[in-house]
Design a protein around this ligand. Sequence first.
Ligand code: ADP
Ligand code: GLC
Length: 470
Amino acid sequence: MEILHVSAECYPMAKAGGLADVVGALPKYQQELGHIAKVVMPMHRTKFLYDNEWEVSHKGSFNMGKNYYEFTIIKEKSNKLGFDLYCVDINGLLDREKIYGYNDDAERFTAFQIAVLEWVSRWKHIPDVINVHDHHTALIPFMLQHCYAYRHISSIPTLLTIHNAQYQGWMGWDKATYLPAWDTWRWGLLDWSNVVNPLASGIKCANKVNTVSPGYMQEMMYHANGLESLIRAESFKCTGIINGIDYEVWNPDTDTYIIDNYSYLDVEEGKHLNKKKLCDDFGFDIKLPLFVFIGRLVQEKAADLLPEAISRAFMESEDKFSFLILGSGEPWVENALSNLQHTWFGYYNSQIGYNEKLSHQMYAGADFLLMPSRVEPCGLNQLYALRYGTVPVVRRIGGLRDTVIDFGDEGGYGICFNHASVDDIVYSIKRGIELYKNKKQLKAMRTFMMQLQNSWEFSAKKYIELYQSL
Ligand code: ADP
Ligand code: GLC
């Protein structure tokens, strides 16, 4: 079957978080299963854009409100990603450096979605399914069915994949005029709480909806940033499929970002050499257990708790340890985390910003990876940690609960806690420190974790089954 993924991000073209990793991997695994999977995304001005060759696939134009736009669809020439990658260029709107965070994001992503449908509506054939990802692309199911211009392709089934229901793309009703002429009797399919809510519209209009773990699917019925009753009403067409990880990109045996490659057979030596590099770079004692946090410094990830939790753990713990942070986000959290460097010099360090290479080195060199998330639809960091033999220390929530079992429970291999609270984080760090003293148990756990199967192979099949049910 032919699948068209529509997304704001795709690794390695443009990445802000896990959405990019998923959209950069799932299509590749779907191709390997014998299907045709394509990705279309906005043409952000990234390094990948300039480092690669592109060919023009299509040119078109459309009106959005009072404005007229011309767009170009370009395709990456070499097919090096294992699937066809298309980017939509709309001069002045999409060709920017950042993926999100502009005042006109509503215009930008609405224009992107219109351009995608303009393009698809001119294909000689139609794709078997359109898989839209998150609110940036969630108006497509509505437009496909209720904009007059797309009536001839309205039979294409759609799947909405929700990676995060916290962000919904809310826009005022004045922006509804951006959509190509549509059947205004259907206004209710765009509306949620008196605004146009693209994610809610996607949930109402897509043929099926999935999210990125079974656990988060259940949680969304009670915690979905205002969409709970909608999720419950539409639950008959909703399902949860756990994310996989790209075993080609995230493989300690071949990873070119890390100092020493290793597998589960030589995990102790491999992790030691990678840890040495981190300790040398950040001024830590290699003998101490090394904890890391990698991620967006936002409420959802409970990053606001880190400064107090880390300080209290340093003060309360009888044993010493090191802590390294990599992330960016809310300015006050960034500042608080940077300031800790002075207080806990030699034991704590932070790197504020985005650094793909360092993230790989941290998965490889750390002993423990902390994820105290308040909301975690799936979480990929813990899966990368497992693959690199790093013990995940996670809150039991969403995808974290689905993928990590506490080492105190049967078959367990991680450290789990219940609350996104300073107390639970401090207690879990102390459990990690105790575990670190038991070298035999830690080694057995690392060897076991590295052999767990979290590849996309299994979940890619589940997506295909879901498409087939459409
Ligand atoms: P989310 O998408 O909610 O941010 P995920 O756990 O699904 O969380 O995925 C996060 C991805 O982004 C992982 O690949 C992680 O390594 C990466 N990442 C997050 N912050 C940074 C950063 N500051 N530098 C490098 N990689 C990062
Ligand atoms: C979102 C979620 C994260 C998930 C990722 C990929 O960013 O916050 O939990 O892993 O999407 O699906």
